[in-house]
Design a protein around this ligand. Structure first.
Ligand code: LMR
Length: 398
């Protein structure tokens, strides 16, 4: 009955991660999936999370279904984290927020919602993109296109070209933007560039869909939300997906948020209803355990303070590894410009390595990097970075 079905080639990111785990190479290095590892190569269980879980484990509570929109305390905390605790729109109830199944779940529900609201609109996504952005929107029935973003020659943003392409889009088009730590390039617009871009969104009546999967991994939790808060200040109507996978080290718990900034409390109420309807059609309600723990960490003053320190520590380690990789490559490959390691920031760096170079890194050295040449930086640590930079020198020096 299903013989005609095309074989799934696998996800370009997870496929290589699986290949890494099958490889018996004794010094293999995994730089594939965007997972934060500590210096020992472990995915950390944050102490704030551990304490919240221990407290709840003392007297395990029943697990009824959560409401379709998720826990109220979680949703409030998401709004404060994304928009800032004192943002007037919170008080005015102009933001419709749901607890989502990770950042990806937020993107899917948001895509379903936008397609329902504007069935003829299409979406423009950065070139290059996180591959799943195209898949998610296509899966929701939205046609996808790309806008210029990254210049491989200069390893920087094609800002002027991006601006002129956005200026030419049909009204009510959707535009996918990364709030910070652009995946896959690690190159973001500067605050000044955001302030130039936002009026274009307003004048062209474009609907921004902001993906903020790495809040806290760039410059800071507030600083990384600059674009979102500047759009809110400019009075735009837009959509934001945020994720706790990275900044709470909570990948498998699937905790995220979807927020729609509206013009009035009445509009937000209507939007929330449609988001709930989309949730009910997709998965009915979000997972309770992760939601409860996330809410505990964000809402308890002590746990929140501990979490802020833990996010800062993860961010500092990423910056340290970037500096170290740059320093070592400067010595080992004097003719090679590795400054991109320190100019790009957040979880990912974009190496520009060719397919052939990536294959040698993989097959000869056991260093796994996805086909786009994107490195997930926290896969490096003080024990494997020398091995990694030796392997890079071998491949690039040849
Ligand atoms: C990544 O880009 O590696 C992460 O966002 C994980 C994923 O779901 O692809």
């Amino acid at each position: 009955m299903f013989e005609h079905m095309e074989k799934y080639a696998g996800d370009p990111i997870f496929r290589l991660n699986e290949a890494f785990h099958r490889d018996a190479h004794p010094q293999k290095v995994n730089l594939t999936v965007g997972l934060y590892y500590d210096n020992e190569g472990h995915i950390p269980v944050l102490s704030s999370v551990k304490t919240a879980e221990q407290r709840r484990a003392v007297e395990p509570a029943p697990r009824p279904y959560l409401p379709m929109e998720g826990l109220a305390s979680y949703r409030d905390a998401v709004q404060k984290l994304v928009f800032g605790p004192d943002y007037p729109a919170l008080r005015d109830k102009r933001i419709a927020t749901i607890q989502s199944v990770g950042g990806t779940g937020a993107l899917k529900v948001g895509a379903d919602f936008l397609h329902l609201a504007y069935p003829d609109s299409e979406i423009w996504i950065s070139d290059p993109a996180w591959d799943n952005h195209h898949s998610i929107f296509q899966g929701a029935g939205v046609r996808t296109h790309t806008y210029s973003y990254y210049d491989p020659e200069t390893r920087s943003l094609r800002f002027d070209q991006m601006m002129s392409e956005l200026q030419a889009l049909p009204r009510k088009s959707f535009v996918l933007l990364h709030a910070c730590c652009h995946n896959p390039t690690g190159v973001d617009p500067s605050p000044e560039q955001w302030l130039q871009l936002i009026p274009v969104l307003a004048q062209r009546e474009l609907i921004a869909f902001v993906d903020m999967a790495y809040q806290g991994f760039g410059t800071g939790l507030d600083e990384d939300a600059f674009a979102v808060r500047a759009m809110a200040d400019a009075g735009l109507t837009f959509v934001v997906a945020n994720s706790f996978s990275k900044n709470l080290s909570f990948y498998g718990e699937r905790c995220g948020g979807l927020s729609v900034m509206c013009a009035s409390a009445e509009e937000a109420d209507g939007v929330l209803g449609q988001l709930k309807a989309a949730v009910r059609r997709n998965y009915s309600s979000p997972p309770a355990h992760g939601g409860q723990i996330t809410s505990d960490v964000l809402n308890d003053a002590d746990l929140h303070a501990a979490w802020l320190r833990e996010v800062a520590e993860m961010r500092r380690r990423i910056a340290f590894v970037r500096k170290e990789a740059h320093g070592q490559l400067k010595t080992k490959l004097p003719g090679y410009d590795s400054s991109y390691f320190v100019k790009q920031h957040g979880m990912f760096t974009y190496t520009g390595l060719s397919s052939q170079q990536l294959q040698i890194l993989r097959e000869k050295h056991g260093v796994y990097i996805i086909e786009s040449g994107r490195i997930s930086v926290p896969g490096l640590n003080t024990r494997n970075i020398g091995y990694f930079t030796d392997a890079m020198a071998d491949v690039l020096g040849a």
